[in-house]
Design a binder for this molecule. Structure first.
Ligand SMILES: Cc1ncc(COP(=O)(O)O)c(C=O)c1O
Length: 227
């Protein structure tokens, strides 16, 4: 495990930590719970120096929410023959978490290996039909992206006005600190009927919701913090 720097993956440190015993490097991009990304330039430097026999896994569960122009095209590494796997899911922007379905993109040699160790009957046929239909539902994805972007701008504005520290996010949640113990804030928010996540210390994470949910969250937070 390589510690993050200000909520960001440190790809240089990860590269330095690779030894002959390293088999796989796992990068969530965007990352949960910080919502941060590794950029095109950072991934380029990393991929240019990573040993060929190390598998680099990019978990892109939140890819569809990203608005940054610096988000890397990890498929290009796969096309160029690198030892790369890209994971996507229908649990996030597609809203189908209950169907338990996602997909991976990688080399045929790796899919053959995964096939040997995967659980039998790991996805069901209804989930597969729904997933294929979801891939064509571009208006749903566009709508969710827009709602998320507007929600995040609203929350940034409110956080700024309350004086809350947060990391700008490329996902559908925001990592923030209120200056107080996170557990206490979590418990107090729960009493207001709002569930956020406590991530240790002062760190909290809130999911970006619908406009009325975001407003409800902010008014509960203002009440709890007395601000
Ligand atoms: C980075 C990341 N990857 C994957 C998942 C899980 O996706 P799935 O529901 O497809 O197992 C999550 C969900 O919390 C996540 O945050």
């Amino acid at each position: 495990m390589v510690p993050m720097q200000d909520g960001h993956y440190d790809l240089k440190k990860i590269r330095e930590s690779i030894t002959s015993r390293t088999r796989m490097v796992f990068i969530a991009n965007p990352n949960n719970p910080t919502g941060t990304i590794v950029t095109t330039a950072e991934v380029r430097d990393f991929m240019n120096s990573v040993p060929e026999d190390v598998l680099v896994v990019f978990d892109e569960a939140y890819a569809e929410y990203v608005t940054s122009p610096e988000y890397p095209d990890d498929m290009s590494y796969l096309r160029a023959g690198h030892n790369v796997a890209i994971l996507r899911t229908f649990s996030k922007i597609y809203g189908l978490a209950g169907l338990r379905i996602g997909y991976g993109l990688t080399k045929i040699e790796i899919t053959n290996m995964v096939n040997r160790v995967r659980q039998p009957f790991n996805t069901n046929s209804l989930a597969q039909v729904a997933a294929l239909a979801a891939l064509d539902d571009t208006s749903h994805v566009e709508n969710s992206r827009r709602i998320n972007k507007e929600g995040k701008e609203f929350l940034y504005k409110e956080f700024d006005s309350i004086g809350i520290k947060y990391l700008p996010t490329e996902a559908n949640f925001i990592y923030f600190q209120t200056g107080k113990d996170g557990r206490e804030i979590f418990d107090a928010m729960l009493k207001e009927g709002v569930i956020i996540r406590h991530m240790g210390g002062q760190n909290l994470r809130v999911t970006i919701g619908l406009p009325e949910e975001n407003r409800r969250f902010i008014s509960a937070l203002r009440k709890v913090l007395n601000r």
